[in-house]
Design a protein. Structure first.
Length: 149
């Protein structure tokens, strides 16, 4: 079985659009499969778009508790990890782990329907729903590009 593995993304990052796929070595192994533009959902104020440095180093990379002034205090997770566990043309099976201080905080399997463009059973966490969808989209894009090559 082949696994498509990632590092982590910030759980408060709302990944909206993949950035340009230019060949930039900084983007080779990003947590969501691509560098993403998006907004920060950590603060009580309306979501805002972080600057480019924060997007790359905190939002896209996870463990933002140490580098982002908007990261909330409390017991929640500070990183999200995904991996592809298998699938076929209609479904992608993946696994997620929410982490806190480099330790598992919550985890579970997911199944994404490519035809319906949604999870077969919605994740119980909005974090997992939001970032899992971005991760699957990057995975499907890369898989299609590899098949075309």
């Amino acid at each position: 079985m082949c696994y498509y593995t990632s590092e982590m993304a910030c759980p408060y990052f709302n990944a909206v659009n993949p950035k340009s796929r230019a060949s930039d070595s900084r983007y080779a192994m990003l947590p969501l499969g691509d560098a993403w533009d998006g907004t920060c959902l950590a603060a009580q104020e309306p979501a805002n778009a972080p600057d480019e440095t924060t997007l790359l180093n905190c939002c896209n990379m996870g463990y933002a508790r140490e580098c982002c002034p908007r990261f909330p205090a409390g017991d929640g997770p500070d990183a999200v990890r995904f991996t592809i566990a298998g699938g076929d043309e209609r479904h992608v099976r993946l696994y997620y782990v929410l982490e806190r201080d480099h330790h598992p905080w919550a985890h579970g399997p997911l199944e994404f329907s490519t035809g319906r463009d949604e999870f077969v059973e919605p994740p119980s966490s909005n974090i997992v729903e939001r970032l899992g969808r971005a991760y699957v989209r990057s995975y499907l894009r890369r898989k299609a590009e590899a098949s075309a090559a």
